[in-house]
Design a protein around this ligand. Structure first.
Ligand SMILES: NC(=O)c1ccc[n+]([C@@H]2O[C@H](COP(=O)([O-])OP(=O)(O)OC[C@H]3O[C@@H](n4cnc5c(N)ncnc54)[C@H](OP(=O)(O)O)[C@@H]3O)[C@@H](O)[C@H]2O)c1
Length: 288
């Protein structure tokens, strides 16, 4: 069986690729820039752009199952092209925001396109990636051993990308996950200050938490560029998920206990979800 992994150079897709290879599956790993791509050994690297469905012909040929990175604008055409090429099952990298009802434009259209295609489907809906902290805090921890944020006591349930990938791989390879949408969270709420402490422990050096205003943090993230700049307004509470204006000074007030226990990968894998401390140890080198 051949599986196409789109988003294969991404945080989750890279792990999905490696785990499928370990499981003995033929993996075609897709990227828009195949020339320079470093992907797990054993993957067949192929070029393709989800934003340009016509470019997917070679990537899709001879593929039975597909891990789909979410690109809403072209999802319908991409899914149709996959079906025409003989793909029978699609596992979507979606988001817990769909379950929460506040994502109607980013991941929901991709889920809908897959559901309405008549193909077998499973949606993987992670909450906040632990890996975001490499993008947000990596530069200041590496350079100055400091994190600057307005809400040290705000807690969330960051999820390890390996838990997301494990669920995606199970859904790709096993029966019993068809028509399921799996919400994935970390195993326990952990405050930003405790996350910083876990990273400090992992690198074996103290890391300071400097409380700044939301406006100062926003300025820092914008200057940092990349993921931090792209997501600063949402992450700091200046906007809601869909980009509507919000009050950043209320962002730290959210009480997670209102939500009750949230689902993790354990429901699928049978193993406890990985903790943030474990994630920090796995990524210590990203912060050194
Ligand atoms: N961060 C979070 O907290 C969070 C929470 C819930 C859900 N999510 C979802 O997860 C996604 C991020 O996943 P990730 O971290 O595994 O990826 P990532 O590290 O952000 O990398 C993005 C991947 O998507 C590929 N890609 C982007 N646009 C593409 C296109 N037009 N055609 C083909 N490939 C394309 C890139 O491939 P190339 O550049 O190699 O072509 C790369 O492999 C988010 O975009 C969001 O949809 C994120």
């Amino acid at each position: 069986m051949r599986v196409l992994v789109t988003g294969a150079t991404g945080t989750v897709g890279r792990v999905v690729t490696g785990e499928l290879i370990r499981a003995g599956v033929e993996v075609r790993a897709m990227t828009r820039a195949p020339a320079g791509a470093t992907l797990p050994e054993g993957a067949e690297v192929v070029g393709g752009d989800l934003g340009d469905p016509a470019s997917l012909r070679a990537a899709l040929a001879g593929v039975e199952r597909m891990y789909l990175f979410p690109v809403a604008r072209t999802a319908r055409e991409v899914v149709a092209a996959a079906g025409e090429a003989g793909v029978r099952r699609i596992v979507v990298l979606s988001s817990g925001a769909v379950t929460g009802g506040f994502d109607t434009t980013f991941h929901l259209p991709v889920e809908r396109a897959v559901e309405e295609s008549g193909l077998e489907w499973t949606h993987v809906r992670p909450g906040e990636f632990a890996h975001n902290k490499v993008e947000l805090w990596g530069p200041s921890i590496r350079a100055e051993r400091v994190v600057r944020d307005p809400n040290p006591d705000a807690a969330w349930l960051p999820v390890h990308e390996r838990d997301i990938a494990d669920v995606a791989v199970a859904a790709l390879l096993e029966d019993g996950h068809l028509g399921a949408a799996y919400d994935l969270n970390g195993p326990e709420p952990i405050s930003l200050r405790a996350q910083v402490d876990a990273i400090a422990e992992a690198i074996g050096e103290p890391v300071r938490f400097e409380k700044v205003t939301p406006e100062e943090a926003r300025e820092l993230y914008l200057r940092q560029g990349g993921f931090a700049a792209d997501n600063a307004d949402f992450l700091l509470g200046f906007t809601d998920y869909e980009g509507n204006e919000a009050d950043p000074h209320a962002a730290g007030d959210f009480d997670l206990s209102w939500l009750g226990p949230l689902p993790t990968a354990e429901a699928v894998t049978g193993r406890p979800a990985r903790t943030f401390a474990r994630w920090a140890r796995d990524h210590a080198d990203d912060f050194r």
